[in-house]
Design a protein around this ligand. Sequence first.
Ligand code: SAM
Ligand code: SF4
Length: 330
Amino acid sequence: MTGLLDRFGRRATDLRVSLTDRCNLRCSYCMPPEGLPWLPQPDVLTDDEVVRLIRVAVERLGVTEVRFTGGEPLLRPGLVEIVRSAAALRPRPRIALTTNGIGLDRRAADLRTAGLDRVNVSLDTLRADRFVRISHRDRHDDVLSGITAAASAGLTPVKLNAVLLRGINDDEAGDLLAYALAHGYELRFIEQMPLDAQHGWTREGMITADEVEAALRTRFGLTPDPGPRGGAPAETFLVDGGPAKVGIIASVTRPFCGDCDRTRLTADGQVRNCLFATQESDLRTALRSGADDEELAERWSRAMWMKKAGHGIDNPDFLQPARAMSAIGG
Ligand code: SAM
Ligand code: SF4
């Protein structure tokens, strides 16, 4: 098996599957308050189609890790069954979920039983008023109960993702880490990327990895994690000598494209070879026109071969992708 190689020698083994472009929040760095025109339902892959493409990726293309995302993946009615089917594949992939946590309290145990290994829950603030300001929905309590339920269900270590926004929650780096440490969660800060539908991102508005690190150092000792980083996007630090860790994902200021091992499938069956790709490869049409597994695998490989060396946010001719983060699958 040659797998999902590109022209620069990278091999994609980590598949991000977006299960829906819909969401019950409206985080300002992702979607406008009024939402977006959702994908027409007939365009969205059925559960069987999603599972078939994951099977092709695992059995024929060397994918070893499958992460479900969105939009909000917990809004997908068939999620538990999709996870169960992915867990039945051989070689069994590791299975993870990125979610805003709303509704996780009701489904964490079923997801665990179905084969989910790990979960990342997005939590940008510990303050309910700020949560409303960032996400335009009053659901902070639901997110917190989702996080607790994930830990109780054994989806550990629970990872938390936080995006800091200037003048809104950028004074919470230390408090978020203290909260994560107190509960045994692993926190990662993500630099805000130009992927919001409103095109409101500015470099000046972004809280940089350096700023996050400096803020954390006023309260905690941080030492670089001696463990291997591999293709992981987060730079990790031991907190106060360890074993607790904190991660910072400096996608913009310290890009890690050279080590990227990702491939992405959108809810409407398009392969994206990069979060920032401006072109996609349509697997849905091939799938629905009767392509066999071999042809689907070949199309997927061809799409990955064309992956660019880097995202090019710093290039003067950088073009933000037409799809927003919620429709790509973060
Ligand atoms: N709805 C789920 C959630 O929020 O976790 C999954 C999808 S969301 C697009 C995945 C991750 O992308 C979240 O942690 C979110 O904070 C992050 N994200 C969304 N827009 C972003 C942006 N413009 N820059 C950086 N991270 C972003
Ligand atoms: Fe929804 Fe996640 Fe985007 Fe927030 S970041 S609007 S929770 S998809």
